[in-house]
Ligand binder design. Structure first.
Ligand code: CA
Length: 389
């Protein structure tokens, strides 16, 4: 079996109304999707998640100009070998960021092919299901004005509760005063039975993150995500040492090498690799083994399109618990509640929660049927000629 072609698509769609997270205003949704085609009629899908304000053309260019020539003609089932080939070839200018995001898309598509060839869902190829369904947490709370929106945030929280969510993550990082108002008001409105997490998208210095965390300690938060910038592990350690809230991070970290530095520094309590960024399933396997050895829980980050959601559910099924007990806390599925056409329309059966729970896909490979009409209409085939224009 041989890879005969890789097609790279850019998807981009403007938002009716821009929204803000702590790092800027988001005006459009975009992503990079690949299809790897083999000589035996089987093909696989993968995605590089476009983070925040990232242009999808960067990953598309890496795939077309660097990775595609390395993969064409190769056996798609030699996934670990190909991962190392891509990583070594790009080491001097890769290691983190978009290059690893591009490798992720290729790796996910190779696992999709392996699943289709063996007629098994990917989670079985990863070692089997620790769970058949996962509890979802609502992610949302984006701003349309910026500061001073606590009333609107409370209404959103109540809507998530009425939609069946028992867990939710609040986007903050809009200034400590504003953050405290938003989180305290939401806790007052939803009561103590709803699990809350906070995410500042590295908006703060260590001292401000500690100030914020200390003020929120009585609210019994499940985790505090990305308090400080990802490159400052010392700041993470400082924050973790000062506040009594589990610290989560990893969506802006890459491969087992990046997670090794975080884990051996004892900088975090919960590791959050994103399968569409961190280096695909293969990198997640490496990281899961390392996190298990360090006694750190894995709770994957999920954001991209339906492809990323399907991939993340396979990963979540196969994620072990680092601290076993009869009633151990299980990893949860990040469920984006903001409008996103590529999450709902790119596949024939979009991922939906029922009373706050999501089933693990059972089809071969990723288990998704891509909506090719939608891709044709909204995707642009990124050709090599574009790179040299
Ligand atoms: Ca986050």
């Amino acid at each position: 079996m041989k890879v005969v072609d890789i097609k790279t698509y850019i998807l981009s769609s403007s938002l009716e109304r821009p929204f803000a997270y702590s790092q800027g205003w988001v005006t459009k949704r975009s992503t990079t999707v690949v299809e790897i085609i083999t000589d035996q009629g089987v093909s696989g899908w993968g995605e590089t998640f476009s983070v925040g304000l990232q242009a999808p053309e960067i990953a598309a260019s890496v795939i077309e100009s660097v990775l595609k020539p390395l993969i064409i003609g190769e056996d798609p089932l030699a996934i670990e070998v190909l991962w190392h080939k891509m990583y070594h070839y790009t080491r001097d200018y890769g290691r983190k960021g978009v290059v690893i995001g591009a490798i992720s898309a290729i790796d996910i598509a190779l696992w999709d092919i392996m699943g289709k060839v063996t007629n098994q869902p990917i989670y079985k190829l990863l070692g089997g299901a620790f769970r058949e369904k996962v509890q979802a947490y609502a992610t949302g709370f984006f701003r349309t004005e910026g500061q001073g929106e606590s009333k609107k945030m409370v209404s959103e929280a109540l809507k998530h509760v009425s939609d069946g969510f028992d867990l939710m993550k609040i986007k903050i990082g809009f200034g400590i005063k504003d953050d405290l108002q938003v989180v305290n008001h939401i806790r007052d409105a939803v009561g103590d039975e709803i699990a809350l997490m906070i995410d500042t998208n590295h908006a703060y210095s260590a001292i401000d993150a500690i100030r914020l965390g200390k003020a929120l300690e009585p609210l019994n938060l499940r985790w505090f995500e990305e308090p400080v910038v990802p490159e400052d592990i010392a700041a993470y350690k400082h924050v973790k040492g000062q506040i009594n809230i589990p610290i989560a991070s990893g969506e802006a970290e890459f491969t087992v090498f990046g997670f090794r530095d975080l884990l051996e520094s004892k900088a975090i309590d919960i590791a959050q690799p994103d399968v569409c960024l961190v280096g695909g399933f293969t990198a997640c396997k490496h990281i899961m083994a390392l996190a298990y050895a360090y006694g750190v829980e894995i709770n994957p980050h999920v954001w991209g399109t339906a492809i990323g959601q399907y991939a993340s559910l396979h990963l979540l099924a196969a994620t072990p618990i680092s601290h076993h007990s009869l009633f151990a806390q299980q990893p949860i599925f990040e469920y984006d509640t903001s409008p996103h056409p590529f999450r709902t329309n790119l596949v024939e059966i979009p991922i939906n929660h029922v009373d706050g729970w999501v089933e693990i896909p059972q089809g071969a490979g990723l288990g998704l049927n891509l909506n090719r009409d939608f891709l044709k209409k909204h995707g642009t085939l990124f050709s090599h000629s574009l790179i040299h224009q």
